[in-house]
Design a protein around this ligand. Structure first.
Ligand SMILES: Cc1cc2nc3c(=O)[nH]c(=O)nc-3n(C[C@H](O)[C@H](O)[C@H](O)COP(=O)(O)OP(=O)(O)OC[C@H]3O[C@@H](n4cnc5c(N)ncnc54)[C@H](O)[C@@H]3O)c2cc1C
Length: 289
């Protein structure tokens, strides 16, 4: 049973920000209401975000993407420009929950939930996204790479709202991919999630980002592996070595979905597969230049 709570229905962003101190933001409720019912969360006053105007806006130009704090996973799928602006995020949205959950669940709520298995987070890390946080006293921007400080812990202050997320559109020499391994294709918690971004300059990889989900207390970037790939021509041997480094950086647990050993093995396999796929997809484009 849900315990009683007060429900605040502010009419706009400014009013929402003044109501936040001491309250808990309620977006789609697909985490929060479940956690309140299961008594994993306590909240006496919920602040509903559904009345904030233009909170679900998505703006995409040639170089830049900005999504509002109320953008749902379904909104990502319904925007046809997203496939070029964030291929990995679209990949994650396709395998996220079921249709009803996708229509309710917001990207910001997924980011805030802080679960190591949150599916939009590896893509957002691989895109080097920035999080815009606002309170009644000001606005600040935090790179998602430094947002998480531990299991379900992040830099958001209690009176702050995520009002948006933004990132640069991957250019023609960049590939950006995501793969979710789970026990089923839909409505299943991630066993291992991998997102990669690879940029090619001639015969070299000029930039690599590898983000791993569900294999540590937070989603994280495998920076040792990234450094091995940067400024190098990507041979199969080097890709395999980097994938092993990503595996060495992961620190998974045994649970009902998979053993830690299986997760480590899968990080190696999936990282190798995605980096190789990304690199090969760019080879054709280099030849066309
Ligand atoms: C059946 C089911 C299937 C699911 N499948 C998946 C899945 O495949 N992959 C996956 O990753 N997750 C999944 N989830 C979990 C959940 O749907 C997501 O984490 C979702 O994105 C949460 O977003 P929400 O809008 O519902 O957030 P809410 O539940 O409303 O909020 C979650 C947390 O974020 C805070 N919050 C929300 N919005 C903001 C904001 N703008 N600023 C600051 N704080 C905010 C809330 O206070 C709360 O602490 C599933 C859940 C269910 C019930």
């Amino acid at each position: 049973m849900l315990r009683e709570f007060e429900l605040d229905l502010p009419g706009d962003l400014q009013e929402t920000l003044t109501r936040l101190p001491g309250g808990t933001p309620l977006a789609g409720g697909t985490n929060l209401l479940v956690d309140l019912r299961a008594r994993r969360e306590e909240a006496k006053r919920l602040v509903w975000l559904g009345n904030i105007e233009a909170f679900r806006d998505i703006k995409i130009d040639k170089a830049h993407v900005a999504i509002g704090g109320g953008t749902t996973v379904g909104d990502i799928l319904r925007n046809s420009a997203m496939i070029d602006a964030a291929p990995s995020l679209v990949g994650a949205a396709r395998v996220f929950g079921g249709q009803m959950v996708r229509n309710q669940a917001t990207v910001a709520g997924n980011v805030c939930s802080g679960s190591p298995a949150a599916d939009t987070v590896p893509p957002l890390l691989s895109l080097d996204a920035e999080i815009c946080l606002a309170s009644s006293t000001g606005v600040r921007s935090v790179p998602i790479d430094s947002f998480y400080s531990g299991f379900k812990k992040n830099q958001r202050k209690q009176d702050e709202l995520i009002t948006g997320l933004s990132w640069s559109v991957p250019g023609p020499s960049t590939a950006n991919l995501f793969y979710k391994l789970a026990r089923r294709k839909g409505d299943a918690i991630t066993v291992v999630g991998v997102a990669v971004t690879v940029t090619r300059d001639g015969d070299r990889c000029s930039d690599a980002r590898i983000a791993l989900g569900a294999v540590a207390p937070t989603v994280f970037r495998a920076k040792d592996a990234e450094a091995m790939l940067t400024d190098q021509p990507l041979t199969e041997e080097l890709i395999d070595e980097a994938a092993r480094a990503a595996m060495a950086q992961s620190n998974p647990i045994d649970d009902i979905r998979a053993s830690a050993d299986y997760r480590r093995h899968t990080v190696h396999m999936l990282t190798r597969r995605l980096i190789g796929q990304a690199w090969r997809s760019l080879a054709g484009k280099e030849a066309d230049k």
